[in-house]
Design a binder for this molecule. Structure first.
Ligand SMILES: Nc1ncnc2c1ncn2[C@@H]1O[C@H](COP(=O)(O)OP(=O)(O)OP(=O)(O)O)[C@@H](O)[C@H]1O
Ligand SMILES: [Mg+2]
Length: 247
């Protein structure tokens, strides 16, 4: 697999977005791809997954946002300079895996034209449309942090879905939004324990991939670097990497 992938991971709170994003990033990096893992969830737990705590997100760097996006008048520069940001602010997790904590602008979708928002949108555009590494983005429950043009540069949005009503409802909304924009969105069923769990989701959506519930994942989530590198969860994650690389 040599393709450069740009993948955004979304779904209801607690569905497994961060766990899946972190494992995808790690597996692709282990396979030799250059990977940028981007933490764009307001909870910022992807960075914790890689053992980091308290990295200030780009979205909170008011000084940087003002310097890049504010014009001398009260206007906002819509295309601020962002080319250097990934290299300057990302952390190296391993030889070919880096982590960028972008954060997310509050009141997404409010049409806010604040300097932080302009900076973040330009940054996402740079990461998705211009840079040449594989990108795995944990975007939380909303895709609206990216503009339509950036979203179209994404190879796949993964809608992580657990076998419960709330998770299915969120996925339904996500699919309706991404279908309107013509973005390829794949439903990934996570934490299935039985055929009934699988059917509960498959009756509602076409499932691209299924990840079984794993006690090991649950247990390892209590440790500081909660990676699992064998067993049924790992096997299923490797298979997901393979399918995404092919699609
Ligand atoms: N396949 C799985 N089997 C068992 N437990 C899982 C599985 N996937 C995720 N989990 C567990 O579910 C919990 C939530 O996972 P995670 O933090 O990845 O979800 P999230 O969608 O990122 O949540 P949030 O919206 O709070 O950021 C964690 O305890 C994690 O270990
Ligand atoms: Mg998370």
């Amino acid at each position: 697999m040599v393709k450069v992938l740009k993948i955004a991971i979304t779904g209801k709170g607690g569905s497994g977005k961060t766990t899946i994003a972190a494992h995808l990033a790690k597996i692709y990096a282990t396979e030799g791809l250059n990977v940028l893992a981007v933490d764009s969830d307001p909870n910022l737990n992807l960075s914790e997954f890689f053992g980091y705590e308290g990295i200030p997100p780009i979205s909170k760097m008011k000084g940087l946002a003002n310097e890049r996006s504010r014009l001398p008048s009260r206007f906002i520069r819509m295309k601020p300079y962002v080319k250097d940001i990934v290299d300057r602010y990302s952390r190296r997790v391993s030889r070919n895996l880096s982590l960028l904590v972008s954060g997310v602008v509050e009141k997404v979708g409010s049409g806010c034209l604040c300097p932080e928002n302009a900076l973040l949108r330009a940054l996402f555009q740079e990461i998705i449309l211009k840079r040449s590494e594989t990108v795995i983005m944990d975007v939380g429950t909303s895709l609206e942090i990216m503009n339509q043009c950036t979203l179209k540069g994404i190879n796949a949005v993964l809608a992580i879905t657990e076998p419960n009503y709330g998770s299915v409802s969120v996925t339904r909304k996500l699919l309706s939004y991404s279908n309107q924009l013509g973005i390829k969105t794949y439903v990934v069923a996570n934490k299935t324990r039985s055929r009934d769990d699988f059917q509960y989701i498959s009756q509602k959506f076409d499932i691209f991939h299924t990840i079984p519930y794993s006690e090991e994942v649950q247990r390892s989530s209590m440790s500081r670097k909660p990676f699992v590198d064998n067993g049924k969860f790992y096997k299923s994650m490797s298979r997901l990497c393979e399918k995404l690389g092919r699609d």
